[in-house]
Design a protein around this ligand. Structure first.
Ligand SMILES: [Zn+2]
Length: 218
């Protein structure tokens, strides 16, 4: 008499491994998509912050007949016009912090507008203060020196007013330095920039640096 093969009632090891492999591939895809969605949301929030800063600057200018000077010292206090090389959020006194006076006088309703959302995720407290939006101290009408040669502020027709790139002073002239931080984009060389005509654009700051200084791409 022929014996019947037993009917399998449980998963074999192979089946289990196949299922585990499929699940891990699907979850990896989901994580990547989630990160992209989060970064796109950060870019949009960042652009909205810079728009708010633009309106605040215009309103300040209506009231005071000029734009405010930048905050030269990174930190929780106002320091309009006090440029301390190496201590500002950006570089060398030409790019310093968006002035806190905009918050104190109510042109911005909250200090959260002063920080790029991508940096808010990475840094807290004192460390975050060094990553305030950079503001072009030598932009027209601030009363600061106009058109210093170390500014990436003239891009064919527009002047850059504010941006979320942070450049330590020691790397001002070396956009390839490792410590230059570009907050947005998959290749991490993108930043939102507020242009003098009020537009906000996602820019490749590294390329703009290279063009401005005549450095060829590697
Ligand atoms: Zn940003």
């Amino acid at each position: 008499m022929r014996r019947k093969r037993p009917v399998p009632t449980a998963f074999t090891l192979i089946e289990l491994l196949v299922v585990v492999a499929i699940i891990s591939i699907l979850s990896a895809l989901a994580v990547v998509n989630l990160q992209h969605a989060k970064e796109r949301a950060n870019q949009a929030r960042c652009a909205a912050n810079l728009k708010a800063i633009a309106y605040a600057l215009y309103a300040y200018r209506l009231d005071h007949n000029r734009y405010p000077l930048a905050d030269g010292t990174a930190g929780p206090q106002e320091s309009m016009g006090q440029t301390t090389p190496g201590d500002g959020p950006a570089a060398n006194g030409s790019w310093d912090g968006v002035p806190r006076v905009l918050v104190r006088l109510g042109y911005l309703s909250s200090e959260s507008y002063l920080f790029c959302p991508s940096y808010r995720e990475q840094f807290q407290g004192d460390r975050l203060q060094r990553f305030r939006y950079a503001y072009n101290n030598s932009a027209l009408d601030t009363g600061g020196p106009i058109g210093a040669p170390n500014n990436v502020d003239r891009d064919s027709h527009d002047i850059w007013y504010a941006r979320c790139l942070w450049v330590p002073v020691e790397y001002s002239f070396n956009p390839s330095a490792k410590d230059v931080r570009y907050p947005h984009g998959e290749d991490h060389d993108r930043e939102n920039a507020l242009m003098s005509n009020g537009r906000v654009e996602l820019r490749n700051g590294r390329e703009d640096f290279r063009r401005a200084f005549g450095i060829s791409s590697p």
